[in-house]
Design a protein around this ligand. Structure first.
Ligand code: NAD
Length: 980
């Protein structure tokens, strides 16, 4: 792959845009294009869309209406729901909201069943037609539906969903698809096998068979589109070697088969983090074989990809699309703290990129055969202008853009291919939702042409004319770095880049070779005593340092940590046994803590707060440090939690003795060095190294310690609490964050693939050694079989091993005693519970293979099992109350996950929960500072939450100051008030 493609990946948007200008049509050509596009658009708008088309769907219920959102939700979930109760709950909830009957002079009826009937009719296209002709039958039908009740309506809506599905899926099997395609004589076809990306080897094998069958069944001249992520459960950069060894031969086999059948194969475009891998595979597989590739114009590197394809000098058919995952790309870049986005933030820029790419692809007719996938009149007109007589084809989605191509075909001849999804209707729905989101977005042409309020002239205008000058990205989408209005977001590392992974690996290996960690000296009792005395002496001056100066030192620390990302990641991997991704999040979280507490200190500690009161008196409240704080951290977030506690204590004006866990002293030590270098004086902060007994216990027992910030197990927290209580003198502050027995509750409307993705992350990432990690999965009986099958398959795909290797998913257990205890627990489960699935772990080393067992509710553990062991329990919908009571009865309250499409279900779980952090339809680990302030209740901790707005106050003492301003003789502010 070309280096330029890599460089352009996260190019500054304005710069990426400048490169596109030279490839745009000149003024005269642009005028011709506008005229042609306008004519097309007029005709398209004047033609009534078929009742059963995406256009008509969007015309009735846009995505920005509650009805549109409800429809999406029903469409996405209904068909996969196994049991009638859950299906009815979904329908009742989604369809009772919204105004389903628009116009027509009819009263909307209260009953959700009536709405459902209305909706079913709308979907089948009958409603609009009927309503015009005769209002009475519709009303009658709705009354009937309401009377017949839920089962009938459920069946009707399911049926309607199927009818809707058949508008967008050409057939459930390739044979059906081919038969149906005969009705579209003027078109060629590219069949797309519907489905989610493979999670398991079994999924991948099933897709391989589906593709093989599709290729065999496809008529010569037509094509099949292949999604690489469907053919391999781990199609990721970190798994490059596996992908080349396992996936490449599989695709090569399909390519050869396609050649025999004279069927074209196109590799589909997916998320941007898979592009480098896709291109490298493509380069290998297209050697000597005809192969097609889809290119997404919304990526900043699209033009570089086209240049590369031209330079390959191979016969390639290229499908140019605008791109379907824009919203997801933006979200992911923000979450990962990337320096910039992989995609343009403005739709206009994507349009320009599309034109530039089209021109480039058309420039090599001897080798490249371009296909332009579009439903946009201006794009169509532009392609005609650019192409002249060079060969190309258009592509449209099955069920979309019909009117445009029909209008077009009245005027001229051209080649067009239909991209036609094949598969079961259940698989269709996620696809459909994606397409409707893509085309229902406000910026989409299909959406706008359906909206008579949008003037056609504006719709087909040259994007260059509407561009801001000078160009700037959409101001509503700040760079990930500037996500927060008042502080910098931490910078991430792009672990989807091969060169980044390589350089990290090299660094870790060379660090390992140079100094194999080696012993650290424990702090002696005398040294500890000396440090405490020094910190106590330094307190008075430190607490008077202006809050802004303390904050600035923390901000410098954050910058330094980001600059030293590689070094710190290497240390965390080596000493803490964390994987690359975990280690990067550690550094980011530590930097976030520093910046967040700096901000809070500036906000609340800089100036006293004036308080209202009587005339002649000034009242104010101010915050101050308490004294010397002991910060005691666990090994499992050796940098983030350690730094967070210390930064908070310092920000609030305390001096600190920081004790890292005995398993990870070097990381703590290094953090303290960085804080010192950033300007925290040595006497204000010192590091005490050693275990709990030798250093932790004497530290908290020392009466000079004014407060303790502790994170670790609840036994230790209790011991510290007792030690503090036994001390003479002032009562100390204790902030204790401890463990949890964290559960996720899944109902039958949830998407099993999404559930399993999130369970694997929540239960097994960091080898389950996170306080937030999921220990228990409660899953509705209705979808349990599928969830457990996927879970078993996903477990088999995990690589357990040395975290220095970039493809490792799960590293070691922190030490031998911890592993031995976990092993005993697993052995017990092997005899008493049903094994669902397990990963494989290396025979030697301190590893434990992630594993999942099913058991009844009575057998679930009520204490924390701190490792990669998941306990699964099936429940029935009508027994939800018992499940929630069980969770409460554990007494813990740290994290909780919920997966459901039914809001009332989510609400029921959330209302009942007594836990600190609840996550809905996502994983339940990875809290972000300031975004998900973290910490539990009950046995899980005292609060306030780390990374939250109330944390610093707990480290502070409050003082008020009252001044009688009238003492000198009178209430001057009363006497000198302005005349009114
Ligand atoms: P741990 O309780 O064994 O040790 C935590 C720290 O306390 C270590 O630095 C240890 O040396 C010190 N310590 C031990 N005995 C002490 C004593 N008598 N006096 C003073 N200090 C003492 O915990 P761990 O094994 O390092 O960490 C894992 C535990 O931490 C799990 O239970 C996990 O759930 C919990 N945890 C909680 C959170 C949270 O935010 N709630 C975050 C991370 C970890």
């Amino acid at each position: 792959m070309d280096e330029r493609i890599r460089q352009d990946h996260r190019l500054a948007e304005a710069e990426a845009l400048e490169r596109l200008r030279a490839s745009q049509p000149d003024r005269e050509a642009s005028q011709r294009i506008t005229e042609h596009a306008l004519n097309l658009a007029r005709e398209v708008r004047a033609t009534r869309p078929a009742a059963l088309s995406a256009e008509s769907f969007l015309r009735h219920y846009g995505l920005s209406t509650p009805e549109g959102v409800a429809l999406m939700c029903v469409a996405e979930a209904l068909l996969r729901i196994p049991d009638p109760e859950t299906a009815d709950a979904l329908l009742r909830e989604k369809l009772s909201a919204g105004q389903w009957v628009k116009g027509g002079g009819q009263e909307a009826e209260d009953s959700w069943a009536a709405s459902a009937a209305d909706w079913a009719l709308m979907l089948t296209g009958t409603l609009a037609r009927w309503r015009e002709a005769q209002a009475e039958p519709v009303a009658q039908l709705k009354r009937l539906a309401a009377r017949l009740g839920e089962p009938v309506v459920r069946t009707a809506v399911r049926q309607a969903m199927r009818i809707l599905a058949s508008q967008f899926v050409i057939g459930e099997t390739i044979e059906e698809a081919v038969t149906r395609s005969r009705a579209f004589e003027a078109y060629r076809f590219s069949y797309d096998m519907l489905g989610e990306a493979a999670r398991t080897a079994e999924d991948a094998a099933r897709y391989f068979d589906a593709y093989s069958r599709a290729i065999r069944g496809t008529p010569a001249g037509d094509g099949v589109s292949v999604k690489l992520s469907a053919l391999h459960p781990r199609f990721e950069e970190a798994k490059r070697a596996r992908v080349f060894a396992e996936l490449a031969p599989r695709v090569a086999q399909l390519v050869r088969l396609a050649e025999q059948c004279a069927v074209g194969i196109t590799i589909d475009a997916e998320e941007s983090e898979r592009l480098e891998l896709t291109l490298d595979l493509f380069e290998e597989l297209s050697r000597g074989h005809a192969l097609g590739l889809a290119v997404q114009a919304y990526q900043k590197r699209a033009l570089a990809v086209c240049d590369w394809l031209v330079g390959l000098r191979r016969r390639v058919s290229v499908r140019l699309v605008k791109g379907a995952y824009w919203d997801g790309e933006i979200k992911r870049a923000q979450q990962l703290g990337m320096p910039d986005y992989p995609v343009f933030t403005r739709k206009l820029a994507t349009d320009l990129s599309y034109v530039a790419c089209a021109r480039r692809l058309l420039s090599a007719p001897a080798t490249l055969y371009p296909a332009f996938a579009t439903h946009n009149c201006r794009t169509v007109a532009t392609i005609f202008e650019l192409a002249g007589d060079r060969p190309f084809e258009f592509q449209k989605l099955f069920g979309m853009g019909d009117t445009l191509y029909e209008v077009l075909s009245r005027a001229r001849a051209f080649a067009c291919r239909i991209y036609a999804p094949v598969g079961s209707f259940t698989d269709l729905l996620p696809y459909l939702v994606r397409r409707l989101l893509e085309n229902g977005a406000n910026t989409s042409f299909v959406h706008q042409i359906a909206d008579p309020a949008v003037p056609l002239e504006a719709l087909v205008a040259d994007p260059l004319e509407a561009l801001p000058e000078p160009y700037s990205p959409d101001p509503r989408i700040p760079l990930p770095r500037n996500l927060y209005p008042d502080r910098l977001n931490s910078l991430g590392v792009d672990l989807a880049r091969a060169d980044v992974l390589d350089s990290l690996e090299e660094k870790i290996r060379s660090d390992r070779g140079r100094e194999n960690l080696g012993a650290v000296e424990n702090t002696t009792a005398r040294e500890l005593d000396f440090s405490i005395a020094r910190a106590a002496a330094a307190f008075d001056s430190w607490t008077r340092v202006p809050a802004s100066e303390r904050a600035a030192a923390l901000e410098r620390t954050a910058d330094a940590m980001e600059r030293r990302m590689q070094e710190l990641v290497s240390l965390i991997v080596r000493e803490g046994g964390r994987t690359y991704a975990d280690a990067v999040s550690e550094v980011r979280e530590a930097a976030d803590f520093c910046r967040y507490y700096a901000l809070q200190a500036r906000r609340h500690f800089a100036d006293p707060v004036p308080l209202a009161g009587p005339a002649g008196e000034r009242n104010e409240l101010s915050l101050h440090g308490r004294g010397v704080f002991a910060c005691i951290a666990p090994w499992n977030f050796p940098l983030a939690i350690f730094t967070g506690q210390v930064a908070a204590a310092l920000a609030a004006g305390n001096t600190v003795i920081a004790k890292p866990a005995e398993q990870t002293p070097r990381i703590g030590f290094r953090a303290v060095e960085l804080l010192h270098q950033a300007g925290i004086p040595a006497d204000v902060l010192s590091c005490a190294v050693g275990d709990g007994e030798a250093v932790g216990a004497p530290l908290v027992a020392d009466p000079r310690i004014a407060g303790v910030a502790f994170t670790g197990s609840d036994e230790t927290a209790r011991r510290i609490n007792a030690a503090l209580a036994a001390r003479p003198g002032p009562i100390a502050t204790l902030i204790a964050e401890t463990g949890g027995v964290n559960a996720m509750v899944v109902d039958a409307s949830a998407l099993p693939e999404q559930v399993v993705d999130d369970v694997v992350v929540s239960a097994f990432q960091s080898a389950g050694q996170r306080c937030s990690a999921q220990r228990i999965l409660f899953v509705d009986e209705g979808c349990a079989a599928r969830v457990m099958r996927l879970l078993a398959g996903a477990l088999a795909e995990l690589k357990v091993g040395d975290p220095a290797e970039p493809d490792t998913d799960v590293g070691p257990i922190i030490d031998a005693p911890a592993r031995a205890a976990l092993l005993r627990h697993v052995e017990k489960l092997r005899t008493g519970a049903r094994l669902i699935g397990e990963a494989r772990a290396p025979a030697s080393g301190n590893y434990l293979a992630p594993v999942a067992f099913e058991m009844p509710i009575e057998a679930l553990p009520k204490t924390e099992v701190f490792g990669p062991v998941l306990h699964v329990c099936l429940y029935r919908r009508d027994n939800l109350g018992r499940v929630l009571q069980w969770i409460r009865d554990t007494g813990y309250g740290l994290t909780l996950g919920v997966h459901s499409r039914i809001q009332s279900f989510v609400d029921a779980v959330v209302t009942e929960a007594r836990v600190g952090n609840v996550y809905v339809n996502r994983s339940m680990i990875g809290a972000v500072v300031g975004v998900q302030p973290f910490g539990g209740e009950g046995l899980s901790g005292t609060g306030p939450k780390a990374g939250g707005p109330h944390y610093l106050f707990r480290f502070a003492t409050e003082r008020t100051l009252t001044v009688n301003t009238a003492a000198v003789g009178g209430v001057t502010e009363l006497l000198t008030r302005p005349l009114n």
